[in-house]
Design a protein around this ligand. Structure first.
Ligand SMILES: [Cu+2]
Length: 279
């Protein structure tokens, strides 16, 4: 595409999806946009043409017309057909948006064969069960991500989520204080983060990169600063990041525990000293 066309597309189109659900949303948007554009150009074109063709002229008398059954039935049926078509396509696309796709890799990062899409009324486990389950917690004004433990390693992160390429990532979304909304446009639709309730959504990134988003529910005075990004990296890089984070968190925890013990001991010593009668 030429630069001018690209700029125009950037203005009127949402981010191109790099996750199957985001791509389905993009295609639905594009389909409805094109149909709406055809209707818009048709209606406005006729309007402008009629305004010029039938404008007032000296000596001309306007015809008085009352109803046209064929035309009226025609545009009623036409509009109905368009709506039924959009509804049908939407329902065809919905399962692919809602239900997690099969992961391209397993928990050890080994590639697995692609599996078929499927439909369900609630979010089921992805086919074959391979997934990375991350809890997303909205807090005024930051996103917190809790990763599943690997052995004795625990990892959490703020603001930036790091995930492996091709892995189906299941998000369990909740909030601590007020309602927030998780949204990384390139990776799928919005999902509300509600205190005391868990909403589920998912994505499977098909391209390495950093995808930005931001809280999509006005949640307080710093709402605008509540950004989020997902960094998609090859599996080995992800595992290295996970191990490093786990190590850092463990070091920080050990250090905090050591300081706590130290303070406790100091306090006990002071108490003992004050109990001793002064001479
Ligand atoms: Cu928020």
């Amino acid at each position: 595409m030429s630069p001018a066309l690209n700029t125009l597309a950037g203005l009127i189109l949402p981010d191109r999806g790099v996750s199957p659900n985001a791509e389905d949303i993009f295609q639905l948007y594009l389909l409805i946009l094109i149909m709406a554009a055809v209707v818009f150009v048709g209606v406005e074109g006729l309007l402008i043409w009629f305004t010029l063709k039938f404008k007032a002229r000296r000596g001309r008398v306007a015809a008085q017309i009352h109803g046209n059954t064929r035309l009226e039935v025609g545009w009623t049926i036409g509009a109905a057909v368009i709506l039924v078509f959009i509804t049908a396509v939407t329902f065809i696309k919905l399962p692919g948006i809602k239900d997690p796709a099969a992961s391209d890799i397993d928990a050890q990062g080994n590639p697995v064969a692609a599996a078929a899409m499927f439909a369900s009324t609630d979010q089921p486990a992805p086919p074959r069960g391979d997934s990375l389950n991350i809890t997303v917690d909205g807090q005024q004004y930051v996103w917190r991500y809790q990763y599943p433990r690997q052995g004795d390693k625990t990892v959490f992160a703020y603001e930036e989520m790091v995930v492996p390429l091709g892995m189906t990532v299941i998000l369990r979304i909740t909030a601590d204080d007020v309602i927030h909304s998780w949204w990384i446009p390139a990776l799928g639709g919005k999902m509300d983060a509600v205190p005391g309730y868990v909403n589920k959504t998912w994505f499977k990134a098909t391209k390495v990169g950093t995808y930005k988003g931001q809280c999509a529910e006005l949640c307080g005075r710093n709402h605008a600063n509540m950004t989020a990004q997902v960094r998609v990296v090859p599996f080995d890089e992800y595992q290295a990041w996970f191990d490093r984070e786990a190590e850092d968190i463990k070091t920080a925890r050990d250090e905090a525990a050591r300081r706590r013990d130290e303070l406790l001991k100091q306090q006990q010593e002071e108490e003992q000293q004050s109990e001793q009668p002064s001479e």
